[in-house]
Design a binder for this molecule. Structure first.
Ligand SMILES: Nc1ncnc2c1ncn2[C@@H]1O[C@H](COP(=O)(O)OP(=O)(O)O)[C@@H](O)[C@H]1O
Ligand SMILES: [Mg+2]
Length: 229
C-alpha cells in the first residue's frame, strides 16, 4: 500500500532568503500517529503547510496518497484534498459569529456531507460538546474551542489530519486530553495524524517522531512499536 504522505528532497526558501526546509525526506504510513518535533523556527509549520498544500515547495516534491501534489493547480489540489485532509491549528480559527454547531455545518455542507446536521450532532456528542452546540466560540474554554476545531476536521471524514501545535494554547492537562482524543481517533477510525509540537512532554504519545533542526531531519525515533499500537 502506498504511503499517505511522502516528501522527496523538500526545500523551502522564503522570498527573504530564509531556508526553512533543506531537503526533507519523509514517509508517513497509513494509520500512523506521527510527531514532527523541534524547537521554534526549526521548520515544523513550513513542513505541514507544504504537505497540506497550503504553500508550495521551492524544490522537491510532495506525494499525497501516492499522487504528486506539485503537478496539480490550485483547483485540482483543493478538490483532491477535500474530504481527505483536514487541519487543526494552534489558534483554532473558528468562525466567531457562528455557533459551535454552525461551525461544523458550514464545512459539512462545503464538502457535501449527506445529513450534515445529524452528523455534526453525533460528532459533538462524541467530543462531549452537546451542551455547547448553541454557544459561540468566545463563550468556550480553549480546550473546548480546540475540540470544536477537531469536530470541524472530523465532519469531512478525513484520512489525514495535520495538526500544527494543537495544544500550544492550552495547559498541560487540556493538552493531554486533546492528544488522548487524537489517539482514540487514530485507533478507532484509522485516521493518520501528523502533529507538529515543540513540547517534549508530548513525545511519548506518538508512534514515531521526526526531529527537525534548522530545516533538516536530524533523527527519527520509534516511540511505540507497531506491535504495541
Ligand atoms: N513567510 C515567511 N517568510 C520568511 N521566513 C519565514 C516565513 N515563515 C517562516 N519563516 C522562517 O522559516 C523558519 C521556519 O519557520 P517555521 O516553519 O514557522 O518553524 P516552526 O514551526 O518550527 O517554528 C524560521 O526561521 C522562520 O522565521
Ligand atoms: Mg510553527
Amino acid at each position: 500500500m502506498s504511503d499517505v504522505v511522502r516528501t522527496k528532497d523538500l526545500w523551502k526558501v522564503y522570498p527573504d532568503g530564509t531556508r526553512a526546509l533543506k531537503g526533507v525526506n519523509l514517509n508517513v504510513r497509513r494509520g500512523e500517529f506521527l510527531g514532527v518535533m523541534g524547537p521554534s523556527g526549526s521548520g515544523k509549520s513550513t513542513l505541514l503547510h507544504l504537505i497540506g498544500g497550503l504553500d508550495r515547495p521551492t524544490r522537491g516534491e510532495v506525494f499525497l496518497f501516492g499522487r504528486s501534489v506539485s503537478a496539480m493547480d490550485e483547483d485540482e489540489l483543493a478538490e483532491f484534498r477535500k474530504g481527505r485532509v483536514a487541519y487543526i491549528f494552534q489558534f483554532y480559527y473558528l468562525l466567531e459569529d457562528f455557533t459551535v454547531l454552525e461551525n461544523l455545518l458550514i464545512v459539512g455542507e462545503m464538502v457535501g456531507v449527506k445529513d450534515p446536521e445529524r452528523k455534526a450532532k453525533r460528532i459533538l456528542d462524541f467530543l462531549r460538546l452537546s451542551h455547547r452546540t448553541r454557544h459561540k466560540p468566545n463563550q468556550l474554554s480553549g480546550g473546548e474551542q480546540q475540540r470544536v476545531a477537531i469536530g470541524r476536521a472530523l465532519i469531512s471524514d478525513p484520512d489525514l489530519i495535520l495538526a500544527d501545535e494543537p495544544t500550544g494554547n492550552l495547559d498541560m492537562e487540556e493538552g493531554i486530553k486533546i492528544f488522548n482524543l487524537f489517539g482514540d481517533l487514530n485507533r478507532a477510525k484509522g485516521i493518520t495524524f501528523i502533529v507538529a509540537t515543540h513540547n517534549q512532554e508530548l513525545r511519548k504519545f506518538f508512534h514515531r517522531v521526526v526531529n527537525l533542526r534548522d530545516g533538516e531531519v536530524v533523527g527519527v525515533d520509534q516511540i511505540i512499536p507497531f506491535s504495541e499500537r
